[in-house]
Ligand binder design. Structure first.
Ligand code: NAD
Length: 292
């Protein structure tokens, strides 16, 4: 069993980007600029945005954090996105989800210019991904690809079982793993809350991507020996031993499954860190794409 170390791989991605940024600085070229919009003060969202902004600073990207009150009207947020779209210095825009209930996430996603859509959620980005055209891949699935690639995990012809069909994780990773490229060329089964015989399907999985948000859901008796296990789940579970009052749990029963897997991601320290690395990759690409 080998741990897929998101800390190590994300740091490598960041180091590579830092070098590239330094080269650009020496040549007097524009530095990548990410604008992050946070509406309200959801604890998890605050943490995610803070680590994205911190990562930008670490590698020499410019970042702008725009904080809006939880009761900000939808039109005000859309106007802000309009301003960021027309700001030539801003390369990438991310609006941290989830948004307060009175704001349509779909409208917000569609308001972001596809050329600045570093989260890869715009229907145009998704359509291009489906057709295998150059685009920004959604950060979490892209981070998973970067991990598989780093550890040179063979994927062609394997059966990948994806648990979850959300627009940000399950659906896009299922598309990317089935594409004719590396990592990819898998036979993919997408499972969801209505799937029957989930255990039997999981037992066929050479690669299992667990992305449903239910701590410890994937049990040892659902996994065959030697499977590659990617745990996307991040759930805050009350934990009085922690200063914060909670600990982060993945969707996989790690202790029981790790010994029988070939590769496995820990939580924390796996896919979460890769998501940020992938977002930074997309932002760098958004900055340099204009020069081609
Ligand atoms: P979501 O709630 O949008 O989707 C969950 C999916 O799981 C749904 O498609 C649902 O059909 C499926 N599901 C629910 N119960 C099921 C069951 N019993 N059997 C099979 N399928 C079931 O969630 P999401 O936004 O895709 O996030 C999933 C998890 O990944 C969450 O814990 C989230 O916090 C985490 N996440 C992590 C990262 C990261 O960077 N690591 C990024 C995004 C989301």
């Amino acid at each position: 069993m080998q741990i897929l170390d998101g800390k190590l791989v994300s740091q490598k991605v960041k180091n590579d980007l830092k070098e590239k940024v330094e080269e650009r600085r020496k040549k007097g070229l524009k530095l990548p600029h990410l604008a992050a919009v946070l509406v309200g003060n959801n604890g998890a969202s605050e943490t995610y945005v803070a680590s994205k902004v911190k990562s930008c600073a670490e590698i020499g990207f410019t970042s702008t954090l725009i904080r809006l009150e939880a009761d900000t009207p939808e039109e005000v947020l859309l106007e802000k996105i309009g301003e960021l779209n027309s700001d030539v210095d801003v390369d990438g825009i991310l609006v941290q989800l989830p948004l307060p209930k009175h704001i349509s996430e779909q409208k917000v996603i569609e308001a972001i210019l596809p050329s600045k859509d570093v989260d890869g959620f715009h229907p145009e980005s998704v359509g291009r991904m489906v057709q295998g055209l150059p685009t920004y891949f959604p950060a979490t699935p892209y981070g998973i690809l970067l991990l598989l690639e780093h550890y040179k995990i063979a994927t062609a012809g394997l059966h990948a079982v994806v648990i979850g069909r959300s627009n940000i994780v399950g659906r896009p990773i299922s598309i990317l793993l089935s594409r004719s490229d590396y990592p990819g060329n898998c036979t993919v089964t997408v499972c969801h809350s209505q799937t029957r015989n989930l255990k039997e399907i999981c037992l066929q999985g050479d690669i299992i991507i667990a992305a449903l948000g239910k701590p410890g859901f994937l049990k040892s008796d659902m996994v065959k020996d030697g499977a590659v296990i990617i745990d996307v789940g991040i759930t805050r579970v009350a934990d009085s031993t922690k200063k914060s009052g909670f600990s982060i749990k993945g969707d996989v029963d790690f202790e029981a499954i790790a010994p029988k897997s070939s590769f496995i991601t820990p939580v924390p320290g796996g896919v979460g860190l890769m998501t940020i690395a992938a977002l930074l990759m997309n932002t760098f690409k958004a900055c340099t794409a204009k020069e081609i």
